[in-house]
Ligand binder design. Structure first.
Ligand code: GLN
Length: 293
């Protein structure tokens, strides 16, 4: 009803300022966090102009056709579709990544995994063979290939749709990454790597319904569901990556903020040494690194 009323109101949204005010209050009422920012980003996307443009020119006229398209995007966001699935992209490690509902939206948290891998890789005496598992949009694999000259990067995902997106992202950034579709480590048996990274699904199954709708409803369950306690993939990885690592090779995984000690125990059980927990910008344990037994 509110939405219908607002549809009639659209005739009044003839400037960027008026359109943004409407969208921000509409989204705010529906419980969207950062409603004003999202309104600006959606209008910027819709008009293919930088967001700051609307500050320089608040009276920029919005044509009826533009208004129509903008309102459509705002209604989608109001149904709690993530902003990034509407605009189709997300920045990660200063690179622009294509996203679709087939992949998890790259998180700032995950930059901690990439930074940790880069820091280690840069002090190695030779160029590395790297494998990124559960690659999704390819954000981790493509960033590693982009920032590490000479590295040979492979990546896998169980989802064929995710692999398509990841390939498009590699191409977009001119990154040399070899992709393979299959169940976790299965496509890589027989190969050996110096470093294996992964941001596996790690949310405990019953917690998924308690997440924000943008995550719990809109993002792929397959990329979130870590089994009953959220740790299924660490139990598998701790065993399955061993034959794929050189002696002294490194495993580096993203983990949930409260999973550090439990994943540490899983890796210790599998014989890994030099197990370290690394914090993200928010001060939570976010990455675990370990050396192959
Ligand atoms: N970081 C994501 C979240 O908290 C989860 C990502 C994952 O399961 N790998 O929504």
């Amino acid at each position: 009803m509110k939405a219908c009323y607002l549809m009639d109101e659209r005739d009044k949204l003839a400037t960027s300022q008026a359109a943004l005010q409407w969208a921000a209050s509409y989204l705010g009422e529906l419980g969207v966090r950062d409603a004003r920012m999202d309104a600006e980003l959606l209008l910027a996307h819709c008009l293919a102009q930088p967001r700051l443009r609307f500050y320089l020119e608040p009276q920029r006229p919005i044509t009826p056709a533009e208004r129509e398209r903008f309102a459509e995007l705002v209604f989608r966001r109001g149904r709690r579709e993530p902003l990034q699935y509407i605009t189709g992209s997300q920045e990660f490690m200063s690179l622009e990544f294509l996203v679709s509902p087939a992949v998890l939206i790259p998180r700032a948290d995950t930059e901690a995994l990439v930074e940790t891998a880069l820091n280690w890789a840069r002090i190695q005496p030779r160029s590395l063979r790297i494998l990124d598992l559960c690659t999704g949009s390819g954000a981790v694999a493509v960033s590693l290939a982009h920032y590490l000259a000479g590295a040979e990067v492979w990546a896998g995902d169980v989802s064929a749709a995710a692999i398509e997106i990841a390939k498009a992202n590699a191409e977009r950034h001119g990154a040399q990454v070899c992709f393979a579709q299959g169940d976790l480590t299965a496509p890589f048996s027989g190969a050996v790597f110096d470093l294996i990274t992964a941001n596996p699904p790690y949310i405990a199954r019953d917690d998924i319904s308690r997440l924000e709708p943008e995550v719990g409803v809109a993002e792929p369950k397959m990329a979130l569901d870590g089994g009953e306690d959220g740790l299924d993939f660490y139990r598998r990885l701790s065993v399955e990556v061993v034959p794929l690592l050189e002696p002294g090779g490194k495993a580096m995984f993203e983990i949930g903020w409260d999973q550090g000690p439990r994943v540490q125990a899983i890796l210790a059980e599998a014989g890994f040494s030099a197990i370290e927990l690394i914090k993200d910008y928010a001060g939570h344990h976010r990455v675990i690194t370990a050396t192959r037994p």
